[in-house]
Design a protein around this ligand. Sequence first.
Ligand code: NAD
Length: 478
Amino acid sequence: MPGTQHATPLAVVGGGPGGYAAAFLAADLGMPVTLIDHEPHPGGVCLYRGCIPSKALLHVAKILTEARQATHWGVTFAEPTIDVGKLRTWKEAVVEKLTGGLGDLCKRRNVMYIQGHATFQDATTLAIRSAQGEETRLTFAHAIVATGSHPIALPRLSLDSPRQLDSTTALALPDIPRTLLVIGGGYIGLELGSVYAALGTQVTVVEMTSGLLPGVDRDLVNVLARALEQSMAAIMLNTTVVAMHEEPNGISVTFESAGVQEPHHVFEKVLVAVGRRPNSHGLGLENTRVEVNQRGFITVDAQRRTAEPSIYAIGDVAGEPMLAHKASHEGRIAVEAIAEHKVAFEPHAIPAVVFTDPELAWCGLTETQAKQEGHRIEVARFPWAASGRATTLDRHDGVTKLILEPATGRVLGVGVAGSGAGELIAEGVLAVEMAALAADLALSMHPHPTLSETLMEAAEVFFGQSTHIYRPQRRRNG
Ligand code: NAD
């Protein structure tokens, strides 16, 4: 192969939160490392067209919603004027600041960064075609595959039209459509649907299963569903899209529910958010012994080592849940394993957060999972209607719950629905990972008045002794 040749102890393919966290830790441990990604800086989907830009827009959505609600508190703002161009520029500035910052951290750590596409030639060689078309042959002692995932297209229905959006094009915020159909009531559909609804679009959500966010505990989802009933034009459950055609003024969509086709509806834009697939193709993995399962995930062991001992895989490409923080954690485990530290990926609590308003967050064992797997559990629930802080925020709509081992009160899982749930869940993660008992949460002083008290009071509910809930006493603390 013509072009330059390099050798590196560690090559990391993919610069998202998995890949860059791995490369940075490797550098911190003194390993020379080369990081390869398509973009000019590290950051991946999360920073360029996922978590970060969507959270920037969700922040604006929350401000808009709160400004409208302020009338209840005697403060009336004028109807906001939205300058989409300026909003887009601000969101892009957030992305640039963070990705640029990562590029800087790369340089400071002496991580060699190559912008290009890497393919495996064999178990110790990568061919890299740079963005400028130069070829580099990179030999490595170890490689970490951190190539992430991409949105699933709807089979047979996809249109080659700018009116059809995926998460990337929806986040580009080309304009604010009058109407939007969101196909898929999962994380992306509900987060981006909420952004557009707050910006003034009439949003309809169509979900093929019987409820939003399949797999998530229903009591948490119900809190969000009640809010979405107000903000969305319609939510259609048990419904699929069977036909889509582009018309001069929009996309004509035919729905099917319980085997019956409904008359078509026209939407200015359609956002497809029906899940993501791992990026395991086009990497030359067939030139190695790396195994890829039927769903496209690379098979890995507890150290994230693939069937090819020199190659590791982390993040979305190595299995669910497809979450940035899981990728970062795995990246650090893989690097430590390569550095021959005694480590394994064995979390008890991987937090999940849906950044809607209210937010949903959970970690560890869920009620749904406990039921499916036949675990005996006790659930202690604290409704936010009894929280002073929630009342000051005019946010009674939340609930905090603990999933507990009945005999010991050990915290096996935590679920929160409510404003700021994504921040509150961190205490739940610590409780589950530290094998805390309900008594530990109940006896740890939580600052008043905060929403964090709902975790303490949920623990008190387990003992029948929650200060703000009256319930006949049935158990002694400790
Ligand atoms: P998802 O799996 O969360 O939701 C997809 C939804 O689409 C499901 O409810 C599914 O039942 C439904 N669906 C599938 N086919 C359909 C069809 N033909 N018609 C109607 N509904 C259909 O997937 P997503 O929202 O695309 O997100 C992908 C992944 O990205 C998530 O699993 C998550 O891991 C990650 N993500 C995480 C966050 C976060 O952490 N806040 C945010 C966005 C994405």
